[in-house]
Write a protein that binds this ligand. Structure first.
Ligand code: ATP
Length: 266
């Protein structure tokens, strides 16, 4: 019998020895990890260990925080994400982001979805882009008859899917999600989780979550971060263990990982 080993997935983002600072404060130290194409990668760990900080570095969102900087290297499809010639606006188009609290603009559902396309002077058919994005975000059926209504008139769960549609409409290849379900009820959460599962066919997804069951349900790989006190009395985040989600949850190598995923701390 011949066996067909699974092909190694393509690396989209590569983090090499990255430390992330806010001014002189080192928030995260020495992270090395690869993010693979068409997978969901979950970042988990106790509050303050730097999950959001690292996530925001993946699309240079942290550039917007005065004093924030990255040491080490983060590459995107093999290119240095922080090279001087790289345009952070283009980076954020390719690597979209969905935030903790749904943040639709006070505009119609239609205008929310095509917002980025309009800014970028998109030459294609806006109606088509809008419909495809809403369909991919599993929202089309619920909103197709009220596209002119405000995005703010939707439920929290629908608003979050609208924000996902808005991210998709800029045609990214990576979508970063920072606790996308933390403001949602369980049913809306389930819908967004199902959506994440669908989306990984076309996109690479990195999600920060506090919800361990969610990480176990939606992700292919999980990175567990922790924070430790430094001599200066600060706490610095670091990557404890990164592996397939089943290993992290069932047979992690590190005791701290086991303690965390089994709810013994954090
Ligand atoms: N804009 C900022 N300016 C200065 N320090 C910051 C900023 N954002 C985060 N930090 C600090 O960086 C460290 C990591 O914070 P971060 O929010 O990335 O952690 P986290 O693991 O995502 O936490 P949580 O789970 O609570 O969201 C913390 O010490 C935090 O105070």
């Amino acid at each position: 019998m011949t066996t067909h080993p699974k092909p190694t997935p393509k690396v989209v983002l590569q983090v090499q020895n990255a430390s992330i600072f806010y001014g002189s404060f080192r928030a995260v130290r020495d992270v090395t990890m690869d993010i693979y194409a068409n997978e969901v990668t979950a970042l988990i760990g106790p509050s303050g260990c730097g999950k959001s900080t690292l996530l925001r570095c993946f699309n240079r969102m942290n550039d917007l925080v005065p004093g924030a900087r990255v040491e080490g290297k983060i590459t995107y499809h093999g290119k240095d994400l922080y090279a001087p010639e790289v345009d952070p606006v283009e980076v954020r188009r390719r690597i979209g982001m969905v935030f903790q609290k749904p943040n639709p603009f006070p505009k119609s559902i239609y205008d929310n979805v095509v917002f980025g396309a309009r800014v970028n002077k998109y030459k294609g058919d806006l109606d088509e882009l809008m419909e495809t994005s809403l369909r991919q975000a599993a929202l089309w059926d619920e909103v197709k008859d009220k596209l002119k209504e405000s995005g703010l008139s939707l439920s929290g769960g629908q608003q979050q899917r609208l924000c996902i549609a808005r991210a998709i409409a800029t045609k990214p290849d990576v979508i970063l999600m920072d606790e996308p379900c933390s403001a949602l009820d369980p049913i809306s959460t389930l819908k967004v989780e199902e959506l994440i599962h669908e989306l990984k066919q076309n996109y690479t997804i990195v999600i920060v979550t506090h919800n361990m069951q969610q990480a176990a349900r939606v992700s292919d790989r999980t990175a567990f971060f922790n924070a430790e006190a430094t001599e200066r009395g600060n706490r610095v985040g670091y990557l404890v263990e990164y592996d397939s989600t089943s290993v992290i949850f069932n047979s992690p190598k590190e005791k701290a990982t086991m303690d965390y995923v089994s709810g013994r701390f954090g």
